[in-house]
Design a protein around this ligand. Structure first.
Ligand code: AMP
Ligand code: FES
Ligand code: ZN
Ligand code: ZN
Length: 329
């Protein structure tokens, strides 16, 4: 196997490009593809201050590294979500990268600063862990960017992620979500711009990028995400891709050029008010995040004694502050 560019020994093949690459040309390809996505979708410019949301996984560490290599002013931001050892390890990987690279990393620890973690907070709020986690992350990304004066928030979503989201949205014809599925969302009404520069690169390439660059990332997936629909969509697309290399890229990128404009919603409401608790832009008096915090930090009922049969009277429950507020609607 020889590099298609220089004929030196290759270390990776990319079937959708019908090409093999040596380490140098592969790393160059990753930088070039990222730079192309940034330019094609006008994600940000050389003077913008970029905040990279870093989970400690391969994608977000790779995108941070690529942006620094390309000369962007990129700082990292990690949220400790309180998902046991997984969160501790992911935060540590982000710190290790920042230290090794001499880069700036901002940190927020959810249990310390907001009084809940994703496993117990999502239960208390009667949301799935991924939904509570998504809401929490979006709010904290926005807040960190606005407070820190950043122009744009970058996430490590890659081609596989975006194609899987698109697959789910098409499968159920979530037309409103299709209208918003864009690799760059402009700043509006107090929200920062958001960008996904890895839309031309897949998961396998990002893992190879980290290995070749010696970037130590957390390999385990989030334990709360096991078996979710997003992973099933990825598997389905992977089996299509195995038989038709390039199908995934075409599915997503041709959606962006040929179909996305038809779903775009003409004028998003730019006249949002402010959350009366945290000041974030929102359309209600209290934003969804503050409502989540309230529910997630409300003490839960504790069962006393053995559980009775279904329908039996007098199941004894209490809460550690003797309230029933834990029963969210
Ligand atoms: P996920 O929602 O886990 O698929 O992650 C998507 C992207 O969100 C990652 O590529 C990161 O950019 C960002 N992200 C996920 N988890 C965290 C975290 N704990 N702290 C900061 N950013 C995160
Ligand atoms: Fe959010 Fe797993 S990282 S639920
Ligand atoms: Zn080469
Ligand atoms: Zn709020």
């Amino acid at each position: 196997m020889k590099c298609t560019v220089c004929r030196e020994p290759a270390v990776i093949d990319i079937r959708r490009h019908n090409a093999y690459f040596c380490p140098d040309h592969f790393l160059r390809l990753c930088r070039d593809q990222t730079a192309k996505a940034i330019k094609d979708h006008q994600m940000f410019g050389p003077d913008d201050r970029v905040l990279v949301a870093v989970s400690g996984g391969k994608d977000s560490l790779a995108v941070w590294d690529i942006l620094l290599e390309l000369g962007y002013r990129a700082d990292g931001f990690v949220i400790g979500l309180g998902i046991g050892d997984y969160s501790a390890a992911s935060t540590q990987h982000a710190r290790d990268y920042a230290t090794g690279r001499g880069a700036t990393l901002l940190e927020v620890n959810l249990p310390d600063e907001y009084g809940y973690d994703i496993p117990s907070g999502s239960k208390a709020a009667r949301r799935t862990p991924c939904s509570a986690c998504g809401l929490t992350k979006r709010h904290l990304f926005d807040k960190a960017a606005v407070d820190g004066g950043y122009d744009v928030v970058v996430t490590g979503h890659n081609l596989d992620d975006e194609a899987a989201v698109l697959f789910g949205n098409v499968l159920h014809w979530h037309t409103e979500y299709l209208g918003r599925q864009s690799p760059v969302l402009p700043a509006r009404a107090g929200f920062p711009r958001k960008a996904k520069p890895l839309i031309r690169l897949g998961e396998r390439e990002m893992a190879a990028y980290c290995v070749l660059k010696g970037i130590d990332y957390i390999v385990e997936e989030c334990p709360m995400a096991a078996g979710n629909r997003h992973l099933q969509y990825k598997e389905s697309l992977n089996s299509v891709e195995a038989r038709s290399p390039g199908a995934k890229f075409d599915f997503y990128h041709r959606f962006l050029t040929a179909a996305a404009p038809a779903f775009r919603i003409a004028d998003e409401d730019d006249t949002l008010s402010r959350c009366e608790r945290c000041g974030a832009p929102c359309s209600a008096e209290v934003c969804a995040f503050c409502r989540l915090v309230e529910r997630a930090t409300t003490p839960q009922p504790v069962h006393l004694g053995p559980r009775r049969r279904r329908g039996a009277a007098n199941t004894a429950t209490t809460t550690d502050r003797s309230t029933a507020e834990g029963h969210a609607p």
